[in-house]
Design a protein around this ligand. Sequence first.
Ligand code: SF4
Length: 336
Amino acid sequence: MRQDAELLVAEGITRRYAMRRGLMGRTVEVRAVDGVSLKLERGRTLGLVGESGCGKSTTGRLVLGLESPDAGSVAFEGRPMPAPDTQPWRRLRARMQMVFQDPLGALDRRLTIGAQVAEPLEIHDIGGKADRTARAAELLRSVGLRPDQAARYPHELSGGQRQRAVLARALATDPAMLVCDEPISALDVSIQAQVMNLLVEIQDRLGLGILFISHDLRAVRQVSHRVAVMYLGRIVEEGEPDAVLRDPAHPYAQALVSAIPHPGKVGRGIVLQGDPPNPADRPRGCAFHPRCAVATAMCARETPVLKPRPVDGRLVACHVAQGEVAPGLGPMREAA
Ligand code: SF4
């Protein structure tokens, strides 16, 4: 298995949408993703975490080429990502697949599991009918399903079995990269660990690069080799899971980590101040400053840049974590 060879490089990708405010309101620009850079190597998993609406899923769509960035670039296996829905993009699509949150929604209720696992081979014109049937049986076995389950329909499988079938389908064209968008959040807790173990086992076997998008920090920690924390379209901290998820440097990452439930935990952890972010109304300076307990006057003026922290080289976008300014008292207490 080849490891650590660069598979995907995204540099400064930005995606804007126009959004109308109210029925007669003016149109405002929303930056769903704002200058995100990330790298993914073969055989490695990058965990992308953050609250719902922070731009994680849009980032996933951009790196798959399902949408084009308004600025920045995406390169896959050393070549620029072709425009969506073009012939070169469709050819490349076999090498990168997506696994969605809801396995029932991702499968067609009218087709057997076997037909759906073999479908990508048909789309990409790989093998004859007998080869595809044999390959579908092999793929089902590789994800822990029985070949005879090829004849079943999606509603005849359990949630965990359906997600295994979705994985088998994603692996049909021998991809180099998987983008998994909340792949376990629709599953029972008892099944989640099995699906994550399967993902790790598949990666070890096939050397896939995986972008694992989730709001579940425990799951991200279990499967990731590197973690990036997103807030309002930007990456605010990035590093090894043991560093970022044990000892986060950015105040937003600290709040996320403090909210992870664990046995014996007392209290709710750090409670974020203010409302959840509205991407159409991005605060000036650091976008987190209206909710940050240690915000300073500088935070409302100057946008922090994601860069290595002098003390340990951790990538953090925060004036305080970078040591540029002493912790403040936060906006709420300043106003009191
Ligand atoms: Fe942002 Fe300032 Fe808080 Fe750092 S301390 S997260 S720069 S508001």
